[in-house]
Design a protein around this ligand. Structure first.
Ligand code: ZN
Length: 87
């Protein structure tokens, strides 16, 4: 995996001196992605992919288990709400 260099768009390779802060500026403080539509799209697609990979990497629960947890949480919430309403 190549580490992006701050001051250079990792998608189109635009460098700091081309950034005028008007038509072209950095997307975020990391200065590794410019605000060209293609680069913005690529950046978010990349980030989503990384998030999916990260989720897969530390996956401990199956979707069925997560579903069960959510159902349990909803049940607990309803129980609490009912109790709260009792005068
Ligand atoms: Zn770019």
């Amino acid at each position: 995996m190549n580490i992006p260099i701050p001051g250079e768009c990792r998608f189109c390779g635009v460098t700091e001196d081309k950034i005028d802060g008007d038509k072209l500026c950095w997307l975020g403080p990391s200065r590794t992605v410019c605000n060209k539509p293609g680069c913005v799209r690529a950046h978010y697609a990349d980030r989503d992919r990384m998030a999916v990979l990260a989720r897969k990497a530390n996956r401990k629960r199956t979707p069925a288990e997560i579903h069960a947890i959510k159902l349990q949480e909803a049940r607990d919430r309803r129980k609490r709400n009912r109790k709260g309403r009792v005068a």
